[in-house]
Design a protein around this ligand. Structure first.
Ligand code: ZN
Length: 279
């Protein structure tokens, strides 16, 4: 399956679109961020392509051979099984993202992604290779248990990576369109809130493709206006320090606590309508 052209095309389209219609104001030069994020992503990208994907496909084949996973335990049309496989894989990735925020060891690696001072399509590349190694075990286990077929796994991966690029992008979609789209899918405004320096906002909106997991589990927080959002991690706000070498070493250093942001926002009142996407 030739997925690379799809992913490259999506990246180029989003890169151009967010340049023309930016959603949030930038703090640093776009080119600088693009270079840092691309280079930090190289080890992670290699592991994704040459370790994670082959392992996931192998485990899907093994599950099929043993007729072990959940999807092999009932009879239904292939299209139904594909939808069920997609939902299972996306749901387990939603949980994986929560674990990355809640378990200190996992947060060390996920922090590299979150401390990007600006949020755009290049942030979708910025993952530490340690996070990919962790996901080999976690995602591998759930591929095996779900009974997703090798084709399901590859197809889901293309959607997963395209969705990741889309919701990290700084593309200002017309608000009514995004609000409608957000009923089902994670969109740039929704994920922008997840990258906020306000801890309660960063600890929300964990979903990857389908936004309804967050609504279902009450982890959605959608009523924050984008112009109020400052992205990044407050204790890592010295941009000059966030070099490529530093970011690759970061998980192995002493991690700074989040640092409370006193921005005058009243979280309790903003909870009222948290399932309604703000402009
Ligand atoms: Zn996160």
């Amino acid at each position: 399956m030739k997925a690379a052209p799809v992913l490259i095309a999506a990246f180029v389209v989003l890169f151009i679109a967010e340049g023309k219609r930016p959603l949030r104001k930038r703090k640093q030069l776009r080119l600088k961020q693009a270079v840092i994020n691309s280079l930090v992503s190289l080890p992670a990208f290699s592991l994704l392509r040459f370790l994670l994907l082959p392992v996931l496909v192998k485990l899907a084949m093994k599950s099929k051979q043993l007729q072990f996973g959940l999807n092999y335990q009932y009879n239904a049309q292939p299209v139904i099984k594909t939808i069920v496989a997609f939902l299972m894989l996306d749901y387990t990735n939603y949980i994986w993202h929560i674990l990355n925020h809640k378990i200190p060891l996992l947060w060390r690696f996920h922090l590299v992604h979150h401390c990007d001072p600006d949020l755009d399509v290049t942030t979708a590349l910025r993952f530490h290779f340690g996070e990919i190694i962790g996901s080999v075990f976690y995602r591998g286990a759930f591929v095996f248990l779900s009974g997703a077929t090798p084709l399901n796994v590859l197809l889901y991966e293309v959607f997963f990576e395209t969705a990741t690029q889309f919701h990290h992008s700084n593309w200002k979609l017309p608000y009514p369109i995004e609000k409608a789209l957000n009923k089902i899918f994670v969109t740039p405004r929704m994920h922008g809130i997840h990258h906020s320096i306000v801890r309660q906002e960063a600890d929300s909106n964990y979903a990857v493709i389908f936004s309804f997991w967050d609504r279902l589990h009450n982890t959605a927080r959608l009523n924050i206006n984008q112009h109020l959002i400052v992205t990044g991690v407050p204790s890592y706000n010295n941009f000059d320090e966030l070099t490529i070498g530093y970011l690759l070493r970061l998980p192995f250093t002493k991690i700074h606590p989040w640092e409370k942001v006193n921005d005058g926002k009243d979280i309790s009142t903003s909870l009222q309508d948290k399932n309604s996407l703000a402009e």
